[in-house]
Write a protein that binds this ligand. Structure first.
Ligand code: PEP
Ligand code: MN
Length: 595
């Protein structure tokens, strides 16, 4: 039995890729055709010109696609399945064109919104909304004009013979759109069954506006909570024609055929002025086009800029570290630590004390750094100290306290292991194991952490060359642990004004030679509290994937590294500074200055 489907646009549109991929996953024969507008897609399904249609309803960057939801409601169409689609946005131009030559960029309005940041970096470029991605690509191709470009997926580039001038240009690499595949209310049974029949993995979408009474939205949410219905989306949009009245777009887990869902919806009616159940649908089609969190290709396809990377630029010594070399994983490694991702496309802050000193100290610091925006907690419990009479860390008791503080604040933890016998135990308490500068070439220790599952933060040795540091990472990778984060923390030079010399030039070198994430520890790098702040800003702009910063509730009383530890207020200031600074990746999307 062959099916027919309709999407908005022409060949090359994201919607067409979504629809074709849906049919393909279902293993059915099908034919798809384009319609000029979202509304026409809905009408063609309603009129029986196509069995199913596809419309976007939500984007991870730009939010609700109101027209998608509204048309489904207006024509009482029946959603059958959701497709969660990675929007792979590339800048497509005439072969031979350069990003810096572009004067006009065309794209679908929703897509222009997803790529706002990138477009903002193209000074003097006119941004032109067009009805569809395929049309944008076709027009640019037909014009043969090297100053024009379109935004679209790589497939659109191939169809119309366009070159990819830049990749991964959405405001965030985790750029997904939820599309709904829907049918007409009187659709044939086979069509409705395309959604799958499993009662699990179903979601329901509703539109509602609440009564003008105090607490009515809260009551609606309570009704869902009481029925143990997990709300996955709640967004409001202005109600057309009624200034300052809002319509709420809700999605929740479950199917209207389940009694608990049906009862909750009946109760919702008491507290709403308007309630429309769009319907329940299968979400089993999960994420198409790769797994959520997979790396996308690196930013610049055209790697001719000074910051770009070319395989032929790899030094001959790279043959000694084949696993760490950029050539092994050109797109850049992304490492998951609980809910956090470190690496390509990300910038993360790890904050916490040099050493765990007491329960109160570490919990208070954890909560403060979390509130300021840190995503991981650091704290040494086995401390490598130059003087044997200095505080050596709280040991295992400290590890327990760090883990407790991490749980209390909801932050994964980072802590150093100094010897092989600590590795196994620490791997159970702590999320990321740190190898300190003094142990960077403790090869037996490197082999030991290569055998655990935890990500490893490998500090640069204080007199290690970049090559030796990458070779140390290779020891860990060679044992089977692929999750190594490098951390520049300053090297010993003749300079005595700063504790070490923070080698920020290591950032572009490491990024070119390896695929591993590179973080920077400005605290140990400079050793002086007031100089930590400017170095944080610099590291972010240079392309570091994150920072490791020492923070203490009362640095004057700290048992170690008080001089370089930030107060909570200092830390907040730095977090605010950083929010205003683009990452190195974002800066590199700006075209090079013409010679
Ligand atoms: C630390 O992070 O507390 C530490 C001891 O670092 P390093 O090994 O870089 O001196
Ligand atoms: Mn320290």
């Amino acid at each position: 039995m062959a099916f027919t489907g309709v999407y908005q646009g022409i060949d090359g549109a994201h919607s067409k890729l979504v629809l074709d991929s849906f049919f393909q996953t279902k293993g059915v024969e099908a034919q798809s055709s384009g319609a000029p507008t979202f509304r026409q897609v809905a009408i063609n399904v309603l009129n029986g010109k196509a069995d199913v249609g596809v419309l976007p309803i939500d984007n991870a960057i730009a939010g609700t696609v109101r027209e998608g939801y509204d048309l489904l409601a207006e024509y009482e169409l029946v959603p059958i399945a959701e497709v969660d689609w990675r929007m792979d946005q590339r800048l497509l131009g005439i072969p031979g064109a350069l990003v810096e030559d572009i004067r006009e960029v065309e794209g679908h309005p929703l897509i222009l919104e997803e790529c706002g940041h990138f477009l903002g970096t193209l000074a003097g470029v006119r941004v032109i909304p067009v009805e569809d991605t395929g049309v944008a690509a076709r027009e640019v191709a037909e014009s043969k004009d090297k100053t024009r470009a379109a935004i679209g997926p790589p497939e659109a580039g191939k169809i119309y013979g366009l070159a990819e001038l830049a990749a991964n240009i959405a405001d965030h690499p985790e750029n997904y759109t939820r599309f709904l595949i829907f049918a007409a209310p009187n659709a044939r049974e086979e069509v409705l069954q395309l959604g799958g029949a499993t009662p699990e993995h179903r979601k329901t979408s509703v539109l509602l506006s609440t009564l003008h009474e105090a607490g009515s939205l809260a009551r609606c949410i309570d009704i869902l909570a009481e029925a143990k219905i997990n709300l996955s989306k709640l967004e409001s949009k202005p109600k057309l024609g009624k200034a300052w009245e809002y319509l709420f777009y809700l999605d929740f887990e479950g199917d209207v055929r389940e009694p608990r869902v049906a009862q909750a919806i009946a109760k919702l009616e008491e507290y709403t002025q308007y309630l429309h159940v769009i319907g329940s649908y299968d979400t089993h089609n999960a994420t198409q086009r790769g797994i959520r969190g997979d790396a996308l290709p690196a930013i610049n396809i055209d790697r001719t800029s000074s910051n770009g990377w070319k395989p032929e630029l790899m030094p001959a010594s790279a043959k000694h570290w084949p696993k760490a070399a950029r050539t092994a994983h050109p797109s850049g490694t992304r490492i998951k630590v609980g809910p956090v991702t470190v690496g390509d496309g990300e910038f993360v802050i790890v904050g916490g004390p040099c050493a765990v000193e007491s329960r109160d100290q570490v919990i208070e610091t954890a909560k403060a750094v979390k509130a300021a925006g840190a995503v991981m907690l650091r704290g040494g419990v086995f401390k490598p100290r130059s003087n044997p009479y200095s505080f050596q860390g709280m040991g295992w008791e400290g590890a327990e306290l760090l883990a407790e503080a991490g749980r209390a604040a909801g932050l994964p933890t980072v802590s150093e292991v100094m010897s092989i016998d600590q590795v196994e135990g620490m791997s159970r308490y702590i999320d990321v194991l740190q190898i300190g500068a003094r142990n960077m070439q403790n090869f037996d220790l490197l082999k030991a952490v290569g055998k655990v599952n935890n990500p490893i933060l490998l500090k640069r040795g204080m007199s290690a060359s970049i090559e030796e540091w990458i070779a140390a990472a290779e020891y860990i990778l060679a044992e089977g642990n692929p999750n190594v984060i490098l951390c520049e923390r300053g090297i010993r030079t003749f300079e005595t004004s700063t504790r070490n010399t923070l080698d920020l030039s290591a950032i572009p070198v490491i990024r070119e030679r390896t695929h591993l994430p590179i973080m920077v520890d400005p605290s140990h790098g400079v050793g002086v509290r007031r100089w930590v702040r400017p170095l944080c800003r610099a590291a972010k702009a240079l392309g570091a994937h994150g920072l490791l910063i020492e923070v203490h509730p009362n640095p004057a009383e700290a048992k170690c590294d008080g001089d370089q530890s930030l107060t909570f207020a200092d830390f907040r200031t730095i977090m605010r500074d950083l929010s205003m600074i683009p990452t190195g990746d974002e800066l590199e999307r700006v075209p090079a200055i013409a010679e």
